[in-house]
Each structure stands twice: as C-alpha cells, then as structure tokens.
Design a protein around this ligand. Structure first.
Ligand code: C2E
Ligand code: CA
Ligand code: CA
Length: 535
C-alpha cells in the first residue's frame, strides 16, 4: 500500500520531470542543430564571397587570356585566396584553357550542376568532378563579357562544411549541403542508418544569399547539456528529492500502524477499548447478582476484536495498566448509576500478574471508585491462575491492601494453572472461579466431579464464594445447584453483552422501586434473566 501510494505521489512529479528533461534535450538539440547549420553556412558563404571578390578583382585587371603574366597573376590569386586550389581561364563554352599551373595542364572536368550563384550575379556556382576521382569540387565561374574568356576558381567541396563539432571534438552530427537547385555539394559525418533514424533529430537552414541548403541530423544521445541546464537539472532533482521525502513523511503515520504496540497506544487514546458485560446469575433465585467486565477492541470500522488478540501484547508491553484504568473509568461512566443503585450487584474486572507487582493498583482502584457511584464493596478483581505470579509475598500484600479498601478478590480459571491449589490457599482471596473445563466434564467424568466437590468443600471451609464459569446447558445448572454452587456465568444465561444491552437487561430483571431502591433479595424470584442472547 505504502509503495503504491509512494508511486502515486511521486509519479506526477517524476512524469513532469521526464517531460521537462525531454523538452530540455529537445531544445538543446535544436540549439545545437541551429548552431552547426549556421557554422557550415557561414563557412561556405564566406568562401564563396571571398572567391567571387578575387574573380572580380582579376577580371577588373583584364585577365582573360593565357599569357604568362596572367598565369602568374592567377597563381598569386590562388595563393592569396584561402579555399581556392586552382584558378583558370575558361572559354565562353566552359573549357579550361589554362590554369595557374600552366597551359593545358588541366584534367577534364565533368560538370554535374551549374547554376547562378545569385539572381543578380553573372557568377555560376558549379559542382564539378575532376577526371574519375570521386571528390566533388565547387567551381565558381565568372563568364567574360560577350565572346571573351572568363575566369574560374576551384574549391574542394569539403571546405564548405565544418569538420569539427562546435566543442572542438569529432562531429556527432551529419551535415549535407546542396545548391539552390538541389545538387549535392558535400556531406560530413556518418549518415544515420535508416533503422535508428527516429532516434535522430533533424534541422535545415537555407542561405538567403546563395541559396545553399544545409541539413543536419543529430543522434539524441549525443546531445550534451550545457552548464546552465545541468544546474537547472540539479535544482529540479533536489526538488524531486524533497517531494519524495515529503511523501515518505506523510506516509510515516501509516507506517506507525505496522508497529502493533504503537497501534495499541493509538487505539487506547482514541477510546477504542470498550467494556462488554457478562451477567453472573444466582442459580438458586435466578436473579442477576453481578457481571464480569470483558474488554473488546471496537475498531473505527466497527469490527470487534476479542481480547485474546491484543491482551498478551498489552501485558508484555505494560500497556495493560493504562488499559485497565481506562476500562474501569469507562464502566463507572457507562454503568455507574445503575450499578450504584443496586448495592448487592457485583462488578468484576480482570487483572494480570503485572498488577500485583506493586501497590499502584490499590491507589488506582481507590481513586477511581471513590469518585464513582459504584461502591468499593461492589468491586471484584480477578487474578488468573493461568499465569504464574512473580512474587507471591508481594501479591499477598497487594491482595490484602485491596481487601482493605473493601474490594473482593477472586482467583480465575481455578484448576487450570501450574499452582495446584497454592494460590487458592496462600493468597487469602474471597472468591474462586471454576474453569469451564471442569464444568464441561460435569456428570460425564467421575474425576471432574470429585475435583469440583473437593474444590467446593475447600472453598466453603475457607469461607470463599464459588462461581462456575462457561455454563452452557440447563443440565449443568441443575448439577451445579445440587453440588451447592450458587453463582454461575455462561452462554446458557447470556454471552458478554455490549453496555446498552446489558443495562437493559439489568433494568428488566432487577427493577428499582419508586424510591430508587433495589428490590430486596427473594422478592423477584419470578424474574429470570435466563437465555438472553442479545449478542
Ligand atoms: P476469562 O476471564 O476466563 O473470561 C471468560 C471468557 O470465556 C470470555 O472470553 C467469555 O466470553 C468466555 N465465555 C463466557 N461464557 C462462556 C460459555 O458459556 N462458553 C464459552 N465457550 N465461553 C464463554 P473473552 O471475553 O474472549 O475473554 C477471554 C479472556 O481475555 C478472559 O478470560 C480474560 O482472561 C481476558 N480478558 C478479557 N477482558 C480482560 C481485561 O479487561 N483485562 C485482562 N487483563 N484480561 C481480560
Ligand atoms: Ca475472568
Ligand atoms: Ca475465567
């Protein structure tokens, strides 16, 4: 869930970042294309202009024949004009008559294309091959007036295209230059293979002056980001990191739920632990004589979690102390008036071994019930025999202190623990609760019968009260009655009930007189709470 949420939170910024990065690369690539196109164009135009100027100057000097003096002038002009490799006198029909090298020394020229360098100029821009060689040359030809000879200058076409990248390294672009009419002047760099052509970006530029056309293509991955872009990239990356950290910190409270103790603490603060009440019935009169409080965790979505799922953790983490206090307060608040007006009614709470480690519980109980309508004499505290008590002497002292408040103490789950009968004998408790295990075996198992009879004898001799737990059938009720047990709880009477249902049951089975006094014992023999299955 957290990962999914994280991806969803971080998704839009990351997608945005990708768009931005793509756009950045795109803009950078366009700038680079623009830049290299301009470089080649500037180079070509400069060379053409300089050569035309030289041709004009030579024509101005009347150089149009193959005289030795003229050939000398051609040689000097070739030397002085950087890109030009050869100057020649050319006939009106385009034949080379002589060059700066000498008379008749020119190889045959194959003219591939010939067009005016500009609309307002006589000069022709020609793409030429010399003999059978593959290189292309640009020949700028300035015709003479009328039938007079003209002048021509040969420039290797490769000098028209920039050969190094703008950063000085080898070319990553592919450049192709053509004339206005579309004839190829030259190419540089490796052309993109058709298959990877879509990974390339392309741009073209046209020269207004001589109609040259430069088209450039550039593989995407060769785009190099500028320092400014890299700085922006750093800023965006740290922004993204900040968003990610923010998203994580927003998810942190959710993560805290993975920590079960933290989750218990949260639930406790949120008041999600609530009391359920299981009636305890006098099986001779059928009257309600009290209830045991059993904790439930009511989650925000309404699900009810039984105590077995969280009590062990509450005990091991120590949260059980706060939890018990809260539960007692809640019972006082919720059922205080009804219980307080029925002094014979007992309300029992479950304690754990931890509660008997020191006398804090004594102070807690005194404080809580002194402020409540529930009297201390109505309170029963159960300590289970299932878990061993750490310090029997200290426990004995705490039990005595509680009894000093007027509270009664019960041993729960008698017969199931490791203590044998020692807790029952040593702690000086007031009540024993016989575990369901023995009740289930009643009437069927001779040993169980004997154990219960012995327990009952022992309890009566020690002036302890007996409560039978987990009574599920009327046969068991009858059997217990015959054995002399007076109190019982179990599904046969009622399951643990939520507060409202329990209080309804109390009002219905134990009505108060107009004066607000509880009906005395025996006056309500006919009222029986049997088989209330409200839950
Ligand atoms: P317990 O104190 O022995 O509580 C009796 C348990 O038996 C309750 O289970 C009750 O619902 C169940 N029960 C009652 N009548 C019958 C019956 O006729 N048949 C059957 N099969 N079961 C019956 P619950 O409420 O799930 O509580 C389980 C245990 O959780 C309790 O055993 C007690 O040890 C502990 N517990 C419950 N509330 C608290 C609490 O507030 N504090 C502490 N420390 N422990 C608690
Ligand atoms: Ca109990
Ligand atoms: Ca029990």
């Amino acid at each position: 869930m957290a990962i999914a949420a994280g991806v969803m939170l971080a998704g839009p910024p990351v997608a945005g970042f990708n768009l931005w990065l793509n756009d950045l690369v795109e803009r950078q690539a366009q700038a680079e294309l623009e830049h290299s196109a301009r470089r080649s164009m500037t180079l070509a135009e400069g060379r053409i202009a300089r050569t035309i100027a030289t041709l004009d100057a030579l024509a101005g000097r009347g150089i149009d024949t193959c005289r030795a003096q003229n050939i000398d002038a051609l040689r000097q002009a070739t030397f002085a004009t950087t890109p030009v490799k050869e100057m020649s006198i050319i006939s009106a029909d385009g034949r080379s008559l002589c060059s700066d090298v000498g008379v008749g020394a020119t190889e045959p020229r194959k003219v591939i294309s010939s067009e005016r360098v500009a609309a307002d100029s006589e000069v022709l821009l020609e793409v030429v091959r010399m003999g059978e060689r593959p290189e292309l040359w640009v020949r700028l030809r300035r015709p003479g007036t009328g039938a007079a000879n003209g002048l021509a200058a040969m420039i290797p076409s490769e000098l028209f295209i920039a050969r190094v990248s703008s950063r000085g390294g080898p070319l990553t672009t592919h450049t192709r230059m053509t004339t206005r009419g579309g004839a190829l002047i030259g190419e540089a760099g490796t052309p993109p293979a058709a298959a990877e052509a879509d990974g390339h970006m392309a741009g073209t530029r046209e020269s207004g002056k001589y109609g040259l056309n430069v088209s450039i293509s550039l593989p995407r991955e060769s785009v190099v980001l500028s320092q400014g872009d890299l700085r922006a990239l750093g800023t965006v990356a740290s922004g993204l990191l900040a968003i990610l950290i923010l998203a994580l910190s927003l998810l942190m409270p959710k993560r805290a739920r993975d920590n079960p103790v933290a989750e218990l603490e949260r639930a406790l603060k949120a008041g999600e632990f609530i009391p359920y009440y299981q009636p305890i019935v006098d099986i001779r009169s059928g009257r309600l004589r009290g209830a045991e409080v059993l904790i439930r965790w009511k989650k925000a979505d309404g699900t009810i979690v039984p105590p077995a799922s969280f009590i062990p953790l509450a005990e091991s983490s120590g949260l059980i102390l706060d939890m018990t206090r809260e539960l007692m307060l809640r019972v006082c608040q919720e059922a205080g008036p009804q219980i307080g007006r029925r002094p014979h009614f007992k309300i029992a709470f479950n304690l754990t071994a931890r509660h008997f480690g020191n006398e804090d519980i004594v102070e807690d109980v005194r404080r809580i019930f002194n402020k409540s309508q529930i009297r201390l004499s109505q309170v029963v505290l159960e300590v289970t025999e299932r878990q061993p008590l750490e310090n029997l002497t200290e426990t004995r002292r705490v039990v005595a202190a509680l009894q000093g408040l007027g509270v009664r103490v019960a041993i729960d789950d008698v017969g199931t623990g490791h203590s044998g009968l020692s807790y029952m004998l040593k702690l000086g408790v007031d009540i024993i609760k016989i575990d369901k295990m023995f009740i289930d075996a009643l009437g069927t198992d001779r040993n169980s019968n004997t154990i219960i009879e012995t327990l009952i004898d022992l309890a009566q001799n020690m002036r302890m009260e007996i409560i039978a737990e987990g009574v599920e059938s009327f046969e068991q009720v009858i059997h217990l009655r015959e054995l002399g047990v007076r109190a019982a709880q179990g599904y046969v009477f009622a399951p643990p009930l939520p507060g409202a249902a329990f209080l309804q049951l109390v009002e219905a089975t134990d009505p108060l007189r107009a004066a607000g006094e509880s009906v005395p014992e025996g006056a309500a023999e006919t009222a029986s709470p049997a088989s209330v299955n409200a839950a």
